[in-house]
Design a binder for this molecule. Structure first.
Ligand code: AGP
Length: 610
């Protein structure tokens, strides 16, 4: 995924673009660039590495101008080199394009252009776009028509920002990758999401696939691919400025971990009636019959969201008695699945832009299936193409490692599970009320778990020389073990594996030695005595053991281990609590190794390419 910013107005564009890119940097950060234009000239500055490098370079030669575009890159085609950084230009260096997405037919377009004498300076797919626009302009059409003709040639996903030296306007084109307009007073913005617009504008317009926006300082117009005007809804901007500051924490991930008592409250807000204990999901009201009568419940997602889907699959099948499963979107899509038209498919995504999941949703809908969304980013592509859904309202999640989104996803899916079970009669009213009361108490219990931070920090420091770690769990603890392993891997670069505890004896136990700590989840949600057997096996081979278990659990007291306790709660809710020590362990493992918590190597916050 990449970040795109554009500005046209009455202020100097350069610094505005760079500030915007710094707020988009979580979307990709291997290289960056801006180009700024005034009435007479246009100039581009690009750099490898973080936006800070671009800022330093631009400061050496601040090109004046009140309009411009910028881009921060997560490389797909072409290594992270300055020549591959966006914006890319035509040969006359008049037309510049910033692109988020992947062009599937760029090779054939590049061949056509090269045969016409166009030369290329980069290894990117994007560079075909400014050349095509130039080519069509040379045939005598105006810039907007040239952009429309170009877009008609493109296959793939793209969000584009386009600037032409000779035109006092910007263009934005959306197809598969997000773009939002910021509507200011005498100034306009283009951005990949709302975060850079917070505090700058009051209103935004999310573009839809096929939209081409022509943007001037005090007005904009949106056209479709046939050059007909289309109207789009104007929204009040969704987030508050404080959501995008670290508020005194060292990293966004640290802030987001410690923000979980609040983000969980935000996710619950207005969804549990005080009068009659009903759980209310406004987005499902008109579709509740479809959910209630579903013959199967299928959770489709990627990464951490997939782990939340796994927890939900265990819980839904356990208490609603409806066949439930979770599957990676990428695997689901390419195994040519049979779609259960009387079931429901739940697409879980923090960003709402994950391409693997978008493609799976399109497949399901094409086959006549019903897709419910569970998404954090309002206005995102997934939240708009699903048949109905729930926004998790966890607030912007900036750290690449997903934390508060996981706990909010898991909480809301637990609420949905007990609501459905109560309606189906597989959960008594008393059981339902009991779990509902536990849900209301979760923020306090999360706060209690966070008090283990110092113990976890100490543990991570003791493990600072470990290069491999095993995470084990049974039942709902198993997806949490997978989540703990992913957290550690993706930000500390330590190899880690999540495994079903019982599978240990089927091969993995050969790995156990004093240099490979095992972090074992053993909560009420699972068969503790069976886990005890697995822990004994590790102990017998001299493996170091860390236990994450309920505070009153004492079956392991005879085995040497480091104990991290979580408060008692209902088994379907334990994953919300047991994930938190693992988030902290991953966080401190990065800090103790001196690596970058929020922007780990090779990653981006959302993966908008398959
Ligand atoms: C989680 O820490 C990772 N950053 C990654 O696995 C992420 O969960 C995955 O890419 C799915 O993203 P989404 O929830 O935005 O769809």
């Amino acid at each position: 995924m990449c970040g795109i910013i554009g500005y046209i107005g009455n202020k100097e564009a350069g610094d505005i673009l760079i500030e915007g890119l710094q707020k988009l940097e979580y979307r990709g950060y291997d290289s960056a660039g801006i180009c700024v234009a005034d009435e007479k000239s246009i100039s581009r500055t690009r750099s490898v590495g973080k936006v800070e490098s671009l800022k330093e370079k631009f400061a050496l030669n601040k090109h004046k101008g009140t309009r411009g575009i910028g881009h921060t890159r997560w490389a797909t085609h072409g290594a992270p080199l300055e020549k591959n950084a966006h914006p890319h230009s035509d040969l006359e260096e008049k037309i510049y394009v910033a692109h988020n997405g992947v062009l599937e037919n760029y090779k054939e377009l590049k061949d056509i252009l090269q045969k016409k004498g166009y030369t290329f300076t980069s290894d990117t797919d994007t560079e075909v776009i400014p050349h095509l626009i130039n080519m069509y302009k040379a045939e005598g059409v105006n810039i907007k028509e040239a952009i429309i003709k170009t877009v008609k040639c493109l296959t793939g996903a793209y969000g584009l920002a386009v600037i032409d030296k000779d035109e006092e306007c910007l263009y934005a084109v959306k197809n598969g990758s997000p773009l939002v307009l910021g509507i200011g007073d005498g100034e306009m913005y283009i951005s990949s999401d709302e975060i850079p617009l917070i505090g700058k504008v009051e209103n935004t317009v999310f573009l839809s696939d096929g939209d081409i926006a022509e943007i001037r300082a005090s007005e904009y117009q949106i056209f479709d691919i046939n050059n007909f005007i289309v109207e789009r809804e104007v929204n009040e901007i969704q987030n508050e400025a404080e959501n995008i500051s670290k508020e005194g924490f060292a990293y966004f991930m640290e802030k987001e971990i410690f923000n979980q008592p609040q983000s969980i409250k935000d996710s619950m807000r207005g969804r549990i009636s005080k009068d009659n204990n009903e759980i209310i999901f406004g987005g499902l009201m008109d579709h509740w019959g479809k959910v209630q009568n579903a013959t199967s419940i299928n959770f489709i997602a990627c990464g951490t969201s997939y782990h939340a889907g796994m927890v939900a699959a265990y819980n839904f099948e356990n208490i609603t008695r409806v066949s439930s499963r979770a599957e990676y979107a990428s695997e689901f899509l390419y195994r040519h699945p049979v779609i259960d038209k009387s079931g429901i498919y739940v697409a879980i995504s923090q960003s709402g832009e994950t391409k693997d999941l978008l493609s799976a949703i399109e497949y399901i809908k094409k086959e006549g299936g019903t897709v419910m969304g569970l998404v954090n980013v309002v206005g995102s592509s997934i939240s708009r193409i699903t048949d109905f859904g729930i926004h998790i309202h966890a607030g912007p999640e900036i750290g690449v490692a997903s934390t508060k989104a996981f706990t909010s996803q898991t909480l809301l899916l637990s609420m949905l599970a007990i609501k459905l079970a109560k309606d189906k009669g597989t959960l008594t009213k008393e059981e339902y009320i009991g779990i509902k009361n536990e849900i209301l108490d979760i923020p306090r219990k999360i706060q209690k778990v966070l008090s283990c931070n110092d113990d976890i920090k100490k543990l991570a420091e003791e493990h600072s020389d470990k290069n491999n770690t095993l995470f084990l769990g049974r039942g709902v603890d198993y997806p949490v073990a997978l989540e703990g392993a992913l957290k550690l891997k993706e930000i500390s670069y330590v190899h880690a594996e999540g495994y079903p505890a019982a599978e240990l004896k089927h091969g993995v136990i050969a790995l156990i030695d004093k240099d490979m700590p095992s972090i074992v989840l053993a909560t009420k949600g699972t068969n503790i005595n069976k886990v005890l057997g697995n822990v004994e096996e590790i102990n017998a081979r001299g493996g170091e053991i860390v236990m994450i278990s309920d505070e009153d659990q004492d079956v392991f007291s005879h085995i040497p281990h480091t104990r991290i306790s979580i408060p008692n709660t209902h088994p379907i809710l334990t994953p919300i609590l047991s994930a938190i020590p693992l988030q902290l362990y991953a966080y401190h493992s990065v800090v103790v190794r001196g690596r970058n918590v929020d922007q780990p190597r090779n990653l981006a916050k959302s993966v908008t390419v398959e």
